[in-house]
Design a binder for this molecule. Structure first.
Ligand code: SF4
Length: 349
């Protein structure tokens, strides 16, 4: 576990990180991208970190990859690439930076390392895990293979490198339907997200999909009754759900898609009011690009994603820790599963 008081003391000896309204005022270009959701007072607190990280990033030739669930000051202030798991995985193969800082959760950093074995991949807080990734092991994959002999295993990218290595191909929430349709098999094992599997099964009825019983602690909290109540109280609101939600929640929504799918839908439809049934930062991060849309309604926070902060990113780049390592044999097998997904997504795009 990171010793934050000690880290703060160390950082203070090198950087001036006190709230700085003058510096904040001079960084209006950065602030403009988040001004709907970050107050000027908070920006004066964030600006010294954003300035220090961006300077250090240039010095280290580093690229920051940030998931859509990062807080706005990370997403808009320091990220070089933002997106969903698939976009970040693809971008990890293209970056010319020597160092990748993963603003997301641990499995994403592993994926970046698997795809870039020669680069340094930094994880600002190793405790940023994922309930899905923690729900399955290679032994679980072996159990499923024993139960359904011959069935290919499609593992969500929200898995450890060892689980990816034990799988035939990966998928993300944006390409899962496409991957399942493309596989030449009647029965397909999907791990570890039972709800993503059930939502995909509803769209691909010609295949028999069997699943592991994992779930996302953020999306499993929503219920169909919540959605019905919200619609009754807020008529006309467009309800948009992530496919990690239970199927009866997805059935109540107007649209379901990955975080990229959600962004594309909002951009195309421009609803007057929208409720995003997903992690809280998603609406915050897209609201500045869509001032015409009022984002309302409850959201659930991912405690893992929220472990990544500006302070930890600065510490990570400053000390070049924690570096992600994946055992060579596992990395090679996992890379094949991820690369098959990337190739198949690109072929059908
Ligand atoms: S939102 Fe859910 S799936 Fe994503 S990192 Fe958090 S726990 Fe894992």
């Amino acid at each position: 576990m990171l010793d934050m008081p000690a880290i703060r003391d160390d950082l203070k000896t090198v950087y001036d990180l006190a709230p700085n309204p003058e510096l904040a005022a001079s960084m209006q270009a950065e602030y403009a991208r988040m001004s709907r959701v970050v107050s000027p007072v908070d920006w004066a607190i964030h600006a010294p970190y954003v300035a220090a990280i961006n300077a250090l990033k240039r010095e280290r030739n580093a690229a920051i990859l940030a998931h859509n669930y990062m807080t706005p000051e990370i997403f808009h202030g320091i990220a070089d690439v933002v997106g969903d798991s698939l976009q970040l995985a693809v971008e990890a193969t293209r970056t010319e930076a020597d160092v990748i800082v993963q603003c997301g959760v641990h499995f994403m950093a592993e994926t970046s390392k698997i795809l870039n074995p020669s680069k340094t991949v930094l994880m600002p807080d190793m405790a940023a895990g994922c309930s899905l990734a923690e729900s399955i092991t290679p032994e679980g994959i072996a159990q499923m293979r024993a139960r359904y002999p011959g069935a290919p295993v499609v593992s969500y990218v929200n898995t450890t490198a060892a689980v990816k290595a034990a799988s035939d191909i990966c998928c993300t929430s944006s390409n899962a339907v496409q991957i399942i349709r493309a596989l030449d098999a009647e029965t397909i094992i999907m791990t570890p997200d039972q709800y993503l599997a059930q939502n995909v099964a509803a769209q691909v009825p010609e295949k028999r999909i069997v699943w592991w019983e994992g779930s996302c602690i953020v999306h499993e909290q929503y219920t169909a009754q919540d959605i019905r109540d919200f619609r009754d109280w807020n008529p006309g609101t467009r309800i948009i759900a992530h496919p990690e939600c239970p199927p009866d929640v997805v059935a109540e929504a107007d649209f379901s898609g990955s975080t990229k799918g959600i962004l594309d839908y909002v951009s195309a439809e421009r609803p007057q009011r929208a409720m995003l049934v997903t992690e809280c930062s998603m609406a915050s991060n897209i609201s500045d690009a869509h001032p015409e849309v009022e984002f309302i309604g409850p959201c659930n926070m991912c405690p893992y994603m929220k472990k990544i902060t500006l302070e930890k990113v600065l510490w990570s780049l400053h000390t070049m820790t924690t570096q992600i390592e994946v055992e060579a044999e596992i990395a090679e097998k996992a890379r094949l599963a991820v690369q098959r997904m990337i190739d198949l997504s690109a072929a059908k795009a």
